[in-house]
Design a protein around this ligand. Structure first.
Ligand code: HEC
Length: 220
């Protein structure tokens, strides 16, 4: 994804942080200078991002609330669209409404929010270096036995000199998702995806897989 100001989380993305923590959320933990350098590396071109573990920090609380609102609204509209007009109608809703809902929720919450993935469908959802590192870390943690639904990443960094917090939350594939992101797709779904997303890479997911992440950027 792109940096927050430009269209940060439009296509559905969010952001992350250096601390990709798995498992039960610890209470506040002091800044940890030794946190994942790799994850931090891509966050900001200039200064090395400060790594934070203050998972109950106000910025993190705000980011989580925005993610919850985005997820609930999008899932609701997606389910309604599929119920009303089948999966091809759902694809239209995802294509048009996902970026719009991200924008609406971002405006309402005063931040930038979107979705991203290591295998994305919409090129606008391509992760930046920090997001990629955070999602790779999520994947490692999942393979090490962490509950994927609990994976989050947070970093305090700067974008063009503006101090920001970036937050990411993993998105887990559910059975419904495989209608459009699974290994085998119905012919009409294939055809609609070919039309809308000729470079689609968001295939081959099974329930329980990490599908991607919400990504949020907010001023601090
Ligand atoms: C009806 C088809 C359909 C279903 C069902 C569906 N998606 Fe998608 N998904 C899409 C489309 C289309 C896009 C591209 C949206 C855009 O242009 O921003 C997308 C994009 C995404 C993205 C953003 C990253 C990317 O690949 O561009 C994520 C994350 C995602 N979907 C997760 C899910 C999850 C999780 C589920 C199940 C809860 C799900 N999707 C169900 C069609 C679907």
């Amino acid at each position: 994804m792109r940096p927050a100001q430009a269209i940060p989380l439009f296509g559905m993305l969010l952001l992350g942080a250096a601390v990709v923590a798995a498992g039960p959320a610890p209470a506040d933990v002091p800044p940890d200078a030794g946190a994942p350098a790799a994850a931090a590396a891509g966050a900001a071109p200039s200064a090395a991002p400060e790594v934070v573990r203050a998972r109950a920090a106000p910025e993190v609380v705000r980011a989580r609330a925005a993610v919850a609102a985005f997820a609930a609204t999008l899932q609701g509209e997606l389910k309604n669209a599929i119920a009303a007009g089948g999966p091809v109608n759902g694809i239209k809703v995802c294509a048009e409404r996902a970026p719009a809902i991200a924008h609406e929720v971002g405006t309402a919450h005063g931040l930038a929010i979107g979705r991203t993935s290591l295998k994305n469908r919409n090129p606008a959802n391509t992760p930046d270096a920090w997001e990629r590192a955070a999602m790779s870390r999520f994947e490692q943690d999942r393979q090490a036995g962490a509950d994927p639904a609990t994976l989050e990443a947070v970093v305090h960094t700067a974008i063009e000199g503006r101090p920001v917090t970036r937050y990411m939350k993993a998105i887990v594939t559910q059975p419904l998702c495989t209608t459009c992101h699974g290994a085998t797709l119905a012919p009409e779904v294939e055809a609609a995806l070919r039309d809308f997303y000729p470079a689609d890479a968001a295939r081959g997911f099974a329930p329980g897989d990490l599908r991607g992440a919400f990504t949020v950027t907010l001023d601090r």
